[in-house]
Each structure stands twice: as C-alpha cells, then as structure tokens.
Design a binder for this molecule. Structure first.
Ligand code: C5P
Length: 300
C-alpha cells in the first residue's frame, strides 16, 4: 500500500501563555500543502515493525513517530482483538509491517512532516490490519503522539485549538498558491517555545476571527491579516532567519510569514504563474531553496 503524506503550514498561529501541563494554548489555521513524503506499507505476518529510509539523517528506530504510531496500533490490536486465537495472518500477534519511507519534507522546518507520517501510519495500519477503529479513537491515539498529528487525520484546512489537537474544518483559502522558502536551518520546537516564554505575552491570542471571511480574501489582503506569535522567538534564536525574511519580503513586495516554529518561511499568491515567478526570484537572489505548491486541495 503506497500513501502520500503531505506537509502543512500554519497560515496563522496565535500562542497563549504556558499551561500547567507545559503546553501552550494555540489558535492556528493549518493547511496541508502539496509537498509529500511517500510511505510504502507491506504486511509482515511475523508481527515485526520495520522502518527503512534511504536518507541516513532520518532515524528509523523508536525515535521516529512512524515506529511509535505502528507500536500503538499493535497495542490497540491486542486490546480490541486480544482473545482472538486464529492462525490467520491478521491475528493480533501477527500484525506487523514493513514501511519504506521516502523523505522529501525537510525536518525541523515547521512543516509537520513527522506528524504527517505518523497520521498516515495510523490510517494505513487501520486498513492494512483490518482494525476498523473509529475516527475518534484514531484522533485520541494521534493526540498522544504529538500536538500536530490529529490535524493530518482531518485536514486539509482546519482551525486547530487546545494545544493543537482540537480540530475544526474550514474552507480552503481562495488564495491557494504558496511559495515555501526552505532554508537549511533546523529549528528545535521546544527551544522556540522556551524563548517565547521569556518574551512579552500576547493577551489577545484567542480573539475571535471570522474564518469564513478570511477564506475568501485575496492573497495580498489575507497576508496582512496573518500572524505567527512564534516569529519573534525564532528570530531571536536565529537572526539569519530574520534577515532572510526581510530580504524575501522586499524582493516579492508582500508579507512573508514563518510556519510553526520555523524555519520554513512562506508567502501567498492567487495564481500559479505569480507563485512560480516569485519562487524563482527568491531562489536566484537569496541562494535558498524555494518551491511553489498548492494549498489544501493536495490530492496526489
Ligand atoms: O506535541 P509535540 O510533541 O509536537 O510538542 C513538541 C514540543 O513543543 C512540546 O514538548 C512543547 O515544548 C512544545 N509545544 C508547546 N505547546 C504546544 C505544542 C507544542 O509548548 N501547543
């Protein structure tokens, strides 16, 4: 079974003061974007979980959320089918999988690649292992793996609240071409949040937004509404990222935002031609990788 696992960006990300559990309350408009990892799943009837990836920078042990997702699905299989004693290849103890990962989404880039891979694994194993878990159970398992994982079970355009795991779908933005600027910088999310805790707080982080109206705005108008409360923290930790943002903004004459805790920067366009031209311009002038992709309607 081959499945494509999309990246996300946070079009809008408001962050409140740290909660007693150490997480921060969020209000974020997240959208899937047309940049994909590929996962190939093969049933292993000996019950093993084996992940491989040609990129040596990708951990293939328990540190990888794909392996963690497969393990919790095995626990879930035993929980719901524990009494099953059949010799069938899909008896609880026989549910194993070989997963080949082809990694395209940069790691540490605020694009949610690891979370997307985990959600893809939950969905794929629910099918491959004939578990038939309901959506709300998959969502609970997803939230246990990470704050961004539930979004990828739902997507492709959602308002994420709580610590990110409470998902409400909204329309996809009319401005649906995005230029991703992908600097070779890996931003550690916990460090960006720790820096956020040192900065003045954002008291209005949960102010009401008319999302239906925002969905209809042109790229230039929408870009002026969007915010990311983690930008000052990420830029304090990495001044080069702040400089890249400034020069990209002046090159394309429109706001450039950061996704999640960085390092990916993005800007929006209404049309493909404008997006491709801007991606080419930034790449040639700034020596940074860029790509123009679509938002939300990301069937591959
Ligand atoms: O949930 P996830 O594992 O993706 O979170 C990684 C880290 O990001 C957390 O350990 C925490 O430091 C920070 N985080 C946070 N508030 C959130 C989400 C993440 O402080 N809502």
């Amino acid at each position: 079974m081959r499945v494509y696992s999309p990246a996300k960006i946070n079009l809008h990300l408001r962050v409140g003061p740290k909660r007693s559990d150490g997480f921060h309350p969020l209000v974020s408009w997240m959208v899937a974007v047309g940049l994909f990892d590929t996962l190939d799943f093969t049933l292993d009837t000996a019950g093993r979980v084996d992940l491989s990836c040609p990129d040596p920078a990708v951990p293939v042990d328990d540190r990888n959320l794909i392996v963690q997702a497969a393990r919790i699905m095995q626990v879930e299989a035993t929980r719901i089918l524990g009494g099953e004693t059949s010799l069938s290849p899909l008896a609880p103890g026989a549910r194993g999988v070989r997963i080949e990962l082809s990694k395209v989404i940069p790691m540490g880039g605020g694009l949610g690649g690891g979370s997307s891979n985990a959600a893809t694994t939950l969905k794929a194993l629910n099918e491959l292992w004939l578990l038939n878990l309901p959506q709300d159970r998959l969502s609970a398992l997803a939230a246990g793996l990470g704050s961004d994982v539930p979004f990828f079970l739902n997507g492709p355009s959602s308002i994420c609240t709580g610590r990110g795991e409470v998902i409400t779908r909204v329309d996809s933005p009319a401005a649906h071409w995005v230029v991703l600027i992908l600097p070779e910088i890996s931003m550690p999310t916990p460090a960006v949040y720790r820096q956020f805790d040192q900065m003045p707080s954002c008291p209005d982080f949960d102010q009401a937004v008319d999302w239906a109206q925002w969905c209809n705005l042109s790229a230039e108008v929408l870009l002026r509404m969007l915010q990311n409360d983690l930008e000052p923290s990420a830029f304090a930790l990495c001044p080069n990222l702040a400089r890249l943002r400034e020069s990209a903004q002046s090159l394309v004459a429109r706001p450039v935002r950061m996704s999640g805790s960085g390092s990916t920067l993005f800007t929006l366009f209404d049309t493909k031609d404008e997006a491709i031209a801007a991606a080419d311009l930034i790449q040639s002038k700034q020596s940074v990788r860029t790509i123009a992709v679509t938002i939300a309607n990301v069937e591959k």
